[in-house]
Design a protein around this ligand. Structure first.
Ligand code: AHR
Length: 319
C-alpha cells in the first residue's frame, strides 16, 4: 500500500475518474492506476465495466483514466500514477511502440506494471511483469481459415476488403498478419483494399463507403472488430447490396450487437475476443503487489461463432 500521499498533477489526465482519495490509501487497500485506451467500441465499454466491477469486488482502489485513444494521454496518466505512488499500474496500450521511457520511469519508482489486452514492442521484458490478453494473430488466422474453407470451391478471384483497427495497435497489426498468412494458402483470395477505420462504427462506415465506390466487385469484408463491421453494414445496405450474402462479412470480438448481426445472417463469422479481463487482472494485481511470481504471458481463452452458434449463444451473452 502507498499511504497518505497527495494527488498531484491529476488535472493533466484526460477524463480521470480517480475514485476516493488521491495518491495512496490509508485503509490498507491496494491502489491500482489503470490507463484505458478510450471508449471506441462496444468491446472497450464492456472491458471498462469488467475492470471497474472487478476492482470493487476485489477491494482494490481503482484510479481510472480514459486516454481517448491518444498515446500522449496514456503517458501523462502513467506519469501521474507514478507521482501519486500508486501500488500497481496497469494499462492497455493504444499502440505498440514508444513506451520504453515511461515504463523505465515506473520501474525506477519500483511500481510494477501489468499490460492488459494489448502488448508493447519493448525489447526489455523487465519493464513489465506480465501481459494478460488475447492472441490477436490467432484471431486473424481463425478468420482467414474460415474463409479458406468457405471459398474452397471458388474457381475465380475472391475480392476481399479489410477494415483495419487503429494504426500501429497490436490488434490491427496482429489480426492483419494472421489473416494474411491463412488466406495465402489459396491464390484466388486477394485483399484488394485495406484501410484503418480506427475500431469505430463511424470509421467503418466511412471507409466502407469509399471501398464500395472504388471497387465494383467486393466479395468479402474482413473487419478487425464488430463495431467497424456494424458501421460497414450501413454502407453496404445503402449501396443496394445484401450484407452476409452479396458481401460475406467476417469480424472479431463477438459483442452482443455483433452476435445479433451474425444471428440475423448479416455477418457470416466472428472470432471471439473477450473483454472480461477484470477478475484476472485484479488477481494479478494482488500477486505482483505481494511480490509473487506471475507468468510473463497469460492468454485469454476464446472461441469462434457461425450464424447458427451465434443464435444459440446470444440469449446468454453478457456483453
Ligand atoms: O484491443 C482489443 C480491441 O480494441 C477490440 O477488438 C476492439 O473492439 C477494441 O477497440
Amino acid at each position: 500500500m502507498a499511504a497518505g500521499l497527495l494527488a498531484t498533477g491529476l488535472g493533466a489526465c484526460a477524463n480521470s475518474d480517480t475514485g476516493s482519495g488521491g495518491g495512496g490509501n490509508d485503509d490498507g487497500k491496494i491502489v491500482l492506476g489503470f490507463s484505458q485506451v478510450g471508449a471506441e467500441s462496444g468491446w472497450r465499454t464492456a472491458n471498462t465495466t469488467s475492470i471497474k466491477e472487478a476492482a470493487t469486488e476485489a477491494g482494490i482502489e481503482l484510479k481510472f483514466d480514459d486516454a481517448q485513444q491518444k498515446q500522449e494521454n496514456q503517458i501523462k496518466a502513467i506519469r501521474n500514477f507514478i507521482q501519486q505512488k500508486v501500488d500497481v499500474i496497469a494499462f492497455s496500450p493504444v499502440v505498440e511502440s514508444g513506451w520504453d521511457t515511461v515504463l523505465k520511469e515506473a520501474k525506477d519508482a519500483n511500481i510494477p506494471v501489468i499490460l492488459t489486452d494489448r502488448a508493447v514492442d519493448s525489447a526489455d521484458k523487465t519493464l513489465y511483469k506480465t501481459f494478460l490478453g488475447s492472441d490477436f494473430v490467432k484471431e486473424g488466422r481463425l478468420s482467414g481459415e474460415w474463409l479458406l474453407e468457405e471459398t474452397k470451391s471458388a474457381t475465380g478471384p475472391v475480392n476481399i476488403v479489410e477494415l483495419q483497427g487503429t494504426t500501429g495497435s497490436a490488434p490491427a497489426n496482429d489480426r492483419k498478419k494472421g489473416f494474411a498468412e491463412a488466406i495465402a494458402a489459396n491464390p484466388n483470395l486477394k485483399i484488394i483494399a485495406s484501410q484503418s477505420g480506427d475500431f469505430t462504427r463511424a470509421g467503418g462506415k466511412a471507409v466502407m463507403e469509399q471501398f464500395l465506390k472504388a471497387n465494383p466487385k467486393i466479395d468479402v469484408l474482413f473487419a478487425h472488430n464488430d463495431d467497424m463491421g456494424l458501421g460497414a453494414l450501413e454502407a453496404i445496405t445503402a449501396a443496394g447490396k445484401v450484407p452476409g450474402k452479396d458481401i460475406k462479412i467476417i469480424t472479431i470480438d463477438a459483442v452482443k450487437d455483433g452476435m445479433q448481426a451474425l444471428a440475423d445472417g448479416k455477418f457470416n463469422f466472428i472470432a471471439e475476443c473477450s473483454p472480461l479481463l477484470g477478475p484476472q487482472l485484479m488477481d494479478l494485481v494482488k500477486k505482483v503487489k505481494a511480490g509473487e511470481q506471475v507468468p510473463e504471458r497469460i492468454e485469454t481463452q476464446e472461441t469462434t461463432f457461425t450464424q447458427q452458434s451465434a443464435k444459440e449463444a446470444l440469449p446468454n451473452r453478457k456483453y
